[in-house]
Design a protein around this ligand. Structure first.
Ligand code: 3H9
Length: 698
């Protein structure tokens, strides 16, 4: 075995050279690996005793792409293009032997090879779009030549992976290896050495010619999918590359791909998405947990309450194959909850997202019950009844008596003080908040709320179980609204002031939709029934809100009532401005003696977004979030902040924290203390630092 460098070895088996890449954890194509691969290839090509070359990876996966942490730094030769060129120039066949995930630059490396073979569990994708990039190693030019333009458009604009069976079917790989990959690759290579090499992918033109005969295919694809790309550069650039693949000679297509790749690499959008890639992974790391804090395995779960939240939470566990006992007080509510769950599964199945027998498998994992005593066997108990402190305390007193020793007692509150709930239990160390977002079976975010006495193992287990049910978990501390809703409230307060001063819901919504949010806050409120919820809560605590109360009193409960902040035509979800709402808002202005004025969009934007940034800074000072990037993860996954804008903290740095602070000082004079810059912002500005990299001390 020849040691090429720290990342690559060259073995020989008879006439076959085996180049093994070993760069844990995911064999990213960092500089050292590129150097090793190029040197190894050069040696194998030059050795007359070797007739074929296998490219294979050690560890858990084939090359999962370029090293994302190298982007933004000065490029260092050799690049992926140099390795690709060496493979294509090789007189000996080069075979990519794939396991794990061949992604991005990794798949592009394989596409340059003469053959691709893989184990059945392997997966393939060009996920660059998720980083605001496009495949810059020839992927946009080679993939359509192998699999056709329709499949290439779908794969590259979504970044989604496909499995080995599909890859074989569409022509992406040549063979699926049943047994040991290396042995299979050597056998394949021996045969390949004995026959003529196939044409390189770059020279295969049949599928390109077929696409050329159907020039409408791009516009059609844009018409169907373009709405999802609103505001984003990468998908549009990808489409341009694919058009180049069809319409230009290969080398010109490659040149176009490189040009557009460089443009994206330098864009704020890709910077935001690359930042977010690491932010999401960092959120999973909890500083201060002792190394011997091991998560406990959660084998069974009990959920209390079969309403909207409880039902959605239950589905998450059933989807992950974990048995759940779903507990309600009376049969009617239980039946209704189970009915909603079943209908949700049936809808998913009807859309092709679930096989029919999977519905039954998942339903079979849900054990309905009318007895709270049935929590006794569960490792994790999640209380998901409506938000009422008295009721929650009563339930936790019961859980304390009924739950087995070592069970986690979780509350799905979005607002209540978890320390107060934990105080009624004799084991407050087992109590934690699991704040799911609605619809809980769909939304990826989970705020895990650590209370004052929550034990480390409970935190570690909750983080682990979140991953198991495919949630993105962020650890937060107890405070009013926790992190996400607390920031939303700061925005909501200004939003209401803007209405009273002269804006209308449609203007406020448009400003945020133009920024990239999928919907504006008033359309969201109408969709989620927020007018009624707010009204009922105010009635409970004896509070008043003129606009909200007036809407509710007129039965304007939102979309389901056909009217809320907007009007809805029967059967339509399209929000239409409504003169009655405008009248209510104008009445609110009159009551406050405010002369309404036209408010510029820019002012609306700043007055909505800057209080969010300020509130986030206060949260960090209070150590209710571990790091600023966690707040970005919360806002992207839970509140529709556009991923390609990185999150409110990343955005603050992009604008410039000092610029924001200065503007807040002006706004403070006109609109009060909500704009008084938080001490953390003042400190970071004085130190000439940004906020996105800020970490609260453990
Ligand atoms: C590209 O290829 C551009 C080319 O077209 C053009 C070239 C000219 N780089 O996700 P995990 C780290 S763009 C650096 O938790 P999993 C990750 O940060 C790239 N680091 O594991 C984490 O570190 P830590 C296209 C990377 O098993 C650790 O590895 N490729 C990279 O859940 C484990 O990651 C992609 O976009 C990387 N490329 O999932 C693929 N990848 O432990 C991105 C991972 O310190 N990667 N790390 O937190 C993935 O999708 C997943 O990591 C993967 C494994 C599915 C591979």
């Amino acid at each position: 075995m020849a040691h090429i460098n720290d990342f690559v070895t060259l073995d020989r088996e008879g006439v076959v050279a085996i180049l093994t890449a070993d760069n844990p954890p995911v064999n990213a194509l960092s500089h050292g690996l590129r150097v090793g691969l190029l040197d190894g290839l050069t040696q194998a090509v030059a050795d007359p005793a070797l007739k074929a070359i296998v490219l294979i990876c050690a560890g858990r996966t084939f090359v999962a792409g370029a090293d994302i942490s190298e982007f933004g730094k000065a490029p260092r030769a050799p690049g992926l293009h140099d390795i690709v060129a060496a493979i294509e120039a090789s007189a000996k066949p080069v075979i990519a032997a794939i396991h794990g995930t061949a992604l991005g630059g990794g798949l592009e490396l394989a596409l340059a090879c003469h053959y691709r073979i893989a184990v059945r569990s392997a997966r393939f994708g060009l996920p660059e779009v998720k980083l605001g990039l496009l495949p810059g190693g020839g992927g946009t030019q080679r993939l359509p030549r192998l699999v056709g333009i329709a499949k290439a458009m779908a794969m590259i604009t979504t970044g989604d992976m496909i499995g080995a069976d599909e890859a074989k079917e569409i022509g992406l790989i040549d063979e699926i290896v049943a047994g040991d990959l290396r042995a299979g690759a050597v056998a394949f290579a021996e045969k390949a050495a004995a026959r003529a090499k196939p044409p390189l992918v770059r020279d295969r033109d049949e599928k390109i010619l077929a696409a050329r005969a159907n020039p409408g295919v791009f516009d059609e694809f844009r018409k169907t999918h373009g709405r999802r790309w609103r505001g984003q550069m990468a998908p549009n650039h990808i489409m341009k590359c694919l058009e180049a693949a069809v319409n230009l000679p290969f080398d010109q297509g490659i040149a176009e791909e490189r040009r557009l790749f460089q443009e994206l690499l330098a864009s704020d959008q890709s910077k935001a998405q690359r930042y977010f890639f690491f932010a999401e992974r960092e959120a999973a790391k909890i500083p201060g947990l002792t190394p011997d804090t091991k998560p406990v395995e959660i084998k069974t779960v009990a959920v209390i309450g079969a309403g909207t939240m409880g039902g959605g939470i239950t589905m998450n566990f059933a989807n992950a194959g974990i048995p759940v006992t779903l507990i309600e007080q009376d049969q009617k509510n239980l039946d209704r909850g189970l009915g909603v769950i079943r209908r949700n599964y049936e809808n998913t199945a009807a859309r092709g997202g679930l096989a029919a027998d999977d519905i039954e498998k998942r339903m079979a994992l849900i054990e309905p019950s009318l007895k709270i005593e049935d929590v006794a066997g569960a490792d994790l108990i999640i209380e998901a009844v409506y938000e009422n402190m008295g009721l929650k305390k009563e339930i936790f007193q019961k859980l304390d008596k009924l739950a087995r020793k070592g069970a986690i007692l979780a509350t799905n509150t979005s607002a209540l003080n978890i320390d107060e709930i934990a105080a009624v239990a004799s084991r407050p160390e087992s109590v934690i908040g699991l704040h799911f977002f609605s619809p809980a079976n769909v939304m990826r975010l989970l705020e895990i709320v650590r209370a004052a006495k929550t034990a480390d193992w409970v935190v570690a287990t909750s983080m682990a179980v979140a991953r198991k049910i495919s949630k993105v978990a962020v650890l937060v501390g107890v405070c009013d609204g926790f992190v996400g809703n607390r920031i939303m409230r700061a925005r909501g307060m200004q939003s209401e002031r803007l209405l009273i001063e002269g804006a209308l819901p449609q203007q406020i919504d448009k400003v945020l939709v133009d920024f990239g949010f999928p919907m504006g806050p008033y359309a969201v409120t109408d969709m989620g029934g927020g007018i009624e919820l707010g009204w009922r809560r105010r009635q409970e605590i004896g509070a008043k809100n003129f606009i909200g109360d007036s809407l509710a009193e007129r039965g304007r409960f939102g979309q389901k009532a056909g009217k809320g902040f907007y009007h809805y035509e029967p059967g339509s979800r399209a929000p239409l401005p409504d003169p009655e709402v405008e009248e209510i808002i104008k009445e609110a202005s009159r009551r406050e003696g405010v002369d309404r004025r036209a408010i510029p969009d820019q002012e609306i934007f700043e007055r909505l977004i800057y209080p969010m940034i300020n509130e986030a800074a206060k949260i960090l000072e209070e150590r209710k979030a571990l790091r600023a990037s966690d707040i970005d993860v919360i806002w992207v996954y839970g509140y529709g902040w556009p991923l390609w804008r990185g999150g409110p903290m990343f955005y603050a740095d992009l604008v410039g924290l000092k610029k924001i602070r200065d503007r807040m000082l002006e706004l403070e004079k006109q609109h009060g203390s909500l704009f008084k810059p938080a001490p953390l912002i003042e400190r970071l500005v004085a130190e000439d630092k940004g906020i996105a990299a800020y970490k609260a001390a453990a």
